[in-house]
Ligand binder design. Sequence first.
Ligand SMILES: [Zn+2]
Length: 274
Amino acid sequence: MPELPEVETIVRELHQSHLLGVQIVRAEVFWPRIIEGLLPQQFCDRMRNQTILTVQRRAKYIHFGLSQGALLIHLRMTGKLSLGDLKTPLKKHEHIRLVLSDQRVLIYEDQRKFGRFSFVENVSQKFAKLGLEPLSDQFTFEAFLKLFEKRKTKIKPFLLNQSYIAGLGNIYVDEALWEARIHPERKLEALSRAEIRALFQSIPLVLYRGVENKGTSLGTHQSNYFNISGERGGNQYKLNVFRQEGKACPRCRSLLIKIVVAQRGTHLCANCQN
Ligand SMILES: [Zn+2]
């Protein structure tokens, strides 16, 4: 599933693809359930003749600012965007195509069909429930510390909860906890201030590393994460702990293990994460 670094990579690439100022001539919808909140026809009406003014990321959303309102895309498990032209044949798992005024098309493929497109008038309302953006100025130690107040949960599900911190998923949570030497099952109230500070530093560290390496592509099949140009990321070669069970911990050489925490496969070093 694309997490913050993968979505950030896609947004940066969309930026470099000179989409700003281009108009959406029309939308073609092949799988109606990808559209959230509107009927396909209503969605197509809203998209028609809109100019793309901005492309940004908020949490795991791709946010197109349009002349009126915004288009939000959430890739969920297997959503993929690519650019083609009017002659690009329909792809096997293509569900939406935006035809652009410069003869290009923005193609959305999604093998498992969990991804969502939504048109919203008021984007700040839509984003109001999202938590701190970990690569922004709002991610301060004070704001991070405040999230720990009066909350009683294990650290891993807390970090996965998008209403506290936005953009983290299974890969980067496991990596951040390893960097901070914190066991994923620790309770929030049991963490020391020094441990919280270590975690506060490790979250942007693993996310920036992911962005630098243009995202993590796991496995080899087509349902994987690819950028707009269809290239795999490189961060899977830089992971310290995620899906590395049975290998030696890069820090202490103990064998890394896999357990289940909050129904999620969780990777850690039981020796140096306490
Ligand atoms: Zn270790």
